[in-house]
Design a protein around this ligand. Sequence first.
Ligand SMILES: *Cc1c(COP(=O)(O)O)cnc(C)c1O
Length: 248
Amino acid sequence: MTDSPASVRPDRRAEIAAGLAHVRSRIADACQAAGRDRTGVTLIAVTKTYPAGDVVALADLGVTDVGENRDQEAAPKAAEVAAAGVEARWHFIGQLQRNKAKSVVRYADVVHSVDSVRLARALDAASASARDRPLDVLVQVSIDGDVARGGAVPDAADQDTGLAAVAERVAGADGLRLVGLMAVAPLGWEAERAFARLAEVAESFRAAHPHATALSAGMSGDLEIAIRYGATHVRVGSALLGMRPTLR
Ligand SMILES: *Cc1c(COP(=O)(O)O)cnc(C)c1O
């Protein structure tokens, strides 16, 4: 072991390797059961609450897509990982305030949680001034139509939070690249029902945006069901890294 702050002890590394082996076999089995090619599903390791050393260990194990949900935590962690000489691809997956856009576009490669025209506009402006290539964006969909918990609403005419309006704004932005949709199964919904609904939304969305084929859905508890309904990106935290100490 080195004294680098972004290193992990061998026992932690072994724990992460075991979690990863288990998650990888779950994904492979789910792909097989769904008749899908394994290469069509990307694992994003959700590292929120876990230190930069865990990101470095994951990268050593071949996982370089990492997800974070709070800018205050993600910005210094991304800097620490970069300082350790490790290249990771950072996915911002949490609710995002417009005043954090300037910070997030500096380290994030992908933002999964764009759910309003106003947020898209803020990210576009920040991206244009701080990046040399567009930021990849997934529009977050509210499966139950409850905007309070985040997500643009399908089939809604609202000019700020309607899915069509948000997608149009992202697609037309020079600083952004529309790559797909993201969703979280709503509380109280069975994953089956949630992801079946999401698949319908994704199908009509792709009729309007045929190149935006990414579908970010599925977490530790429901990744198999998400894969059955077409997820291309699963966001897995606790099954890889252990239960988080606090709920966020
Ligand atoms: C925390 C989080 C995850 C990962 O959840 P686990 O149940 O730990 O796998 C996935 N997506 C989002 C948006 C999250 O905030």
